[in-house]
Each structure stands twice: as structure tokens, then as C-alpha cells.
Design a protein around this ligand. Sequence first.
Ligand SMILES: [Zn+2]
Length: 248
Amino acid sequence: MQLTVLGSSGSYTLPGRPGSGLLIEAGGVRLWCDAGPGTFEVLCDLADPAQVDAVVVTHRHVDHSVDVLTAFHRFAYGSPQRRGVPLLAPADTLDRLAGFVGADTGHAWFDVFDPEPVGEGKTLELGGVEISFGDAFHSVPAVAVRVEHGGRSLAYTGDTGPEGDWMRLADGVDLLVAEATMLEATGETFPYHMTAADAGRIARSVGAAALMVTHLPPHIDPDVAVQEAESTFDRPVELAVPGSSRKV
Ligand SMILES: [Zn+2]
């Protein structure tokens, strides 16, 4: 399995710092997971967007979803056109994205995308790749994701607080990609996001072999976040850098 970071900027973006997005490649399947602003451009730099096999959107917040709209125009009106691309997201995310383009019956949206609602307990198989979903603990319906292929596994938190039982998806994974929107050191608290210390603590508790922190807002020092996550994970922690790639 190969993971490429398309973007990792939490909540808002800056030039050169796209919103949340991962490209997960396994067994010939290409999964675009979260479509934050700017991620479609990075994806196009790295791969032929016509070869994306499915799109996952963890929740409807703009920093994770808006480039599905960008991709829709590319797939509907570009060349080659795409048809029937699985779009996997919570039901309300699917409704709102379709609503934005005014999609009703017969609209090109439903030619381009094959929307499938996902949530707690849902598991799909795509070309030998198993994709499992669980409910994240966020301010809107949101999912966390586990991807498995050939005995390797990766989990991605999307946006979530440290509560709930989404972390079962990360049980024993080879890599946990976890959001770290805040720093415990600054005393900031918000139930629907995690601190870097939370990310490290949870990665350790589920027995993740490796941890990569993502969704750092531009105002957080990434070195400080990584150090904080390392203090609770008790091992080196990776930072999600747009355009970077690693084997899982
Ligand atoms: Zn977010």
C-alpha cells in the first residue's frame, strides 16, 4: 500500500498548503480520501485523475469536501469524461454536495458519481481493498476510515475528538493518520478535535505501528505538534507534508 499526502492544512488553507486529502494506492486501486481545497490540483500533479477509482469524503466541512465539486467539473466536462465514480460519504454530506450543484434526477452529477452513504459499521470491498468506516466524534456527521490490503492496514481519523469508539478502526494498524488540530500545551480544548498529545495517546493505546499527524492549522508550529505527539506516543511521529509519499 502506498500513501501520498495531498494536503494537510486544518480548518483553513494558505498558498501551498492545501486542505485535507490523501491518495491511497493498493492492489491497483486508487482511493482519493478527503477532498480539501487544493487537493485536486495536487492529485492531478501526481496521478491521472481519470484513474481515481473512488472518492471518500469524511464529512461535509469545506476543508475536506469542496474539491469534490472541482473534480465534478473535470469529470463531467473534461477529457476523458468519467462516469460512475463511487463517492463514499455520510448521507448528509452527499445531499449537501449534490445540493450545491442543484443536482436532481437526471443531473450529470449522478452520471459522474455513484453516491453511497457510509457510516458506523459499513465495510466495502473495492478491487480486493477493504474499506471500513466508523462514526467519528465531530460537530457534524463524520466518519473515520480503515483501509486494508495484502495484510497491511492504514486508518485515517478525518476530523474527530478523542471520544467515541472510532479508534477501534485503528486497532493494530501499520499507520494511523490522525488529526492534531490543537496543542495540549496551549490549554485549548474543543470536544470535536484532538490535540497532538491526544493523537499520540490514542495511537499508543490502539497499538498503531506508526503515527502521522495531520490537519494542523497554519497557526500551529508543526515541530511543536510533532514533539507533543511523540511525548505521548513514545516513539517518533511523522508529519503529513503535501506531496510526500510513503509505503504502508
Ligand atoms: Zn477539518
